[in-house]
Design a protein around this ligand. Sequence first.
Ligand SMILES: C[S@@+](CC[C@H](N)C(=O)[O-])C[C@H]1O[C@@H](n2cnc3c(N)ncnc32)[C@H](O)[C@@H]1O
Length: 329
Amino acid sequence: MAEAGDRGRDPEDLKSPQDQARESRPRREGVLPAERLPVILEVLPSDNYALLDSGDGEKLEQYGPYRIVRPEGQAIWRRVLPEAEWRKADAIFTGDTDEEGLGRWRFPKRPLGETWPMRHDGIDYLGRFTSFRHVGVFPEQATHWDHMAGLIEKARRPVKVLNLFGYTGLASLVAASAGAEVTHVDASKRAIGWARENQEVARLTDRPVRWICEDAMKFAEREERRGNRYDIVLFDPPAYGRGPKGEVWQLFEDLPRLADICRAILTPKPLAVVLTAYSIRASFFAIHALMRDTFAGMGGRVESGELVIREKTAGRALSTSLFSRWVAE
Ligand SMILES: C[S@@+](CC[C@H](N)C(=O)[O-])C[C@H]1O[C@@H](n2cnc3c(N)ncnc32)[C@H](O)[C@@H]1O
């Protein structure tokens, strides 16, 4: 069962989430962390995933056994592969109906099921055709997963990871597989269900993962009040989102507060806090400045830049998101 948190017991819960979210917190005092930027983290083509080609507003990707075509606004260049290669696609996102799930996809060769097998670094999981043109995984996140797994393994002690806005749980499963105790939070009951399914597919059901369907801000605030602490916090918020009780998440308004709470809920010997942001009108300098201010007085280093996917054919880099991470050393 997904936990829903102890609602109703804490007087802070009686405040509307918007009132809580907009209470600003003072600027942190202290020397700013060292900095490193720009850092461009690249995902290269692999057996599991490859960006085969892109151009003319679309991208052609290989997800395990399937070749998939989706819109890509940033692909303002021309395609390299001939049309015949693009026509070999198993699935094309059309988005031309209001239907849920598979209704927005076309399968030119034969009808496909909703999910298919995928694998990352020995962890099995499911790719999935969803109505938002997403496929159950953001492959560009793989560099963050590998970095985090390295920190967990190197720590040689019990490590607690909090994954906010965790979606289908891949970061959570990579952390659990590396030996961490994981708390995964997402507002969508359906996404929590997919994440739990991935845990089974990955054969990691014996690992300590708490799956929590909750508003990320509310959950983080509650953890701060309860004194629950984490060694690594990941947060990958959308530009706009809603919690399960209609709580509104607006990145530009709410990110500074959530970043500050992420700092407040760290253990005395934390390892890292990793922020990814996408679909926003901002430069990575903006989230870099926020993270450096937030981690003032903590030592360590803030590294910021972009997550990009390197194309297989022409080697062009497709930018997917901005990131900024504080690392203790
Ligand atoms: C882009 S996904 C995150 C991707 C994920 N980090 C990964 O790498 O697979 C954004 C997620 O945020 C969740 N979400 C949106 N608003 C939320 C909120 N207020 N609290 C918690 N989760 C929220 C959505 O349900 C969605 O699963």
